[in-house]
Design a protein around this ligand. Structure first.
Ligand code: PGA
Length: 261
């Protein structure tokens, strides 16, 4: 079962996740992070940047693999995930840019991009900690409903709902790409620790389906139930449709002193 932690505010979730990432890097200076984009993970990166500023740590050997990237944006577009990851993660944390990769980075041909990305993740020794958001469609990464639990990095078509959800980052919905490259659910399940975050009422159904619903490709987030080490960090609104919320609160309140996420 996933460990579900219901927090009062998103900054608290950011600090818990940042603490887990910092501890990992302290133990393993060349840790491999799986990086998510969107609004949800920002408190994690911000808390980690604050922690590194207050108490410096050498992060120059940390490696990163982004979950996904749009296909079809002009090179250097500010909403490409390469630009977003550079702006929100690499620069504020002081990571080494050449060690942080996005799907498609090493493959001019879209047909081979997925296989090349998988090879590079494997060559890096796999992802130690994967940060995840969840879409209102239930997607993790850009694995929209119907994605195979065994899927690996590949091209996908975004749902109209996801394009609408992401239109806030663009001048108009017409500018939101229709395609992406995304790690598959199978790729995500190979990471050693999944940290899924969600905030706000708009995520309540997707979180309930991911944590408590039946395993189904129609709710890609439910794939997390197959993973042995998952932490779900949610605010009250995103937790509002969880049937076992009281048990999760009880579990967290009574966790042993030695237990971290
Ligand atoms: P959001 O996106 O964090 O911007 O809500 C989450 C997702 O689509 O996975």
């Amino acid at each position: 079962m996933a460990e579900v932690v219901i927090v009062d505010h998103r900054e608290q979730a950011g600090e818990l996740a940042a603490h887990a990432i910092r501890s990992l890097i302290e133990q393993q200076p060349d840790a491999v992070l799986g990086l998510a984009t969107g609004s949800t993970p920002l408190p994690v990166y911000q808390a980690l940047a604050r922690s590194l500023e207050a108490n410096p740590l050498d992060v120059s050997a940390v490696r990163g693999f982004a979950l996904d990237e749009y296909v079809g944006l002009p090179e250097g577009h500010p909403e490409s995930y390469r630009a977003v990851i550079t702006r929100e993660v690499v620069e504020p944390l002081g990571l080494t840019p050449s060690l942080v990769h996005l799907p498609g980075y090493n493959s001019p041909a879209i047909e081979t991009a997925g296989a090349n990305y998988e090879r590079d993740i494997t060559d890096a020794g796999g992802i130690d900690l994967q940060i995840l958001g969840i879409g209102s469609t239930g997607h993790i990464g850009f694995n929209e409903p119907g994605s195979s639990f065994a899927s690996l990095t590949r091209i996908k078509t975004l749902t109209e709902q996801t394009r609408q959800d992401n239109a806030r980052f663009f001048d108009s919905i017409d500018d939101v790409p229709r395609h992406c490259l995304t790690q598959g659910l199978g790729t995500i399940l190979r990471a050693r620790h999944l940290v899924l975050l969600a905030f706000g009422e708009g995520k309540a159904d997707a979180i309930a389906a991911a944590v408590e619903g039946p395993l189904t490709a129609s709710q890609p987030g439910s794939a997390i139930q197959l993973h042995p080490h998952v932490t779900v960090l949610v605010d009250e609104a995103a937790a509002s449709k969880l049937q076992n919320a009281d048990y999760y609160r009880y579990t967290w309140a009574n966790r042993p002193d030695w237990q971290t996420i």
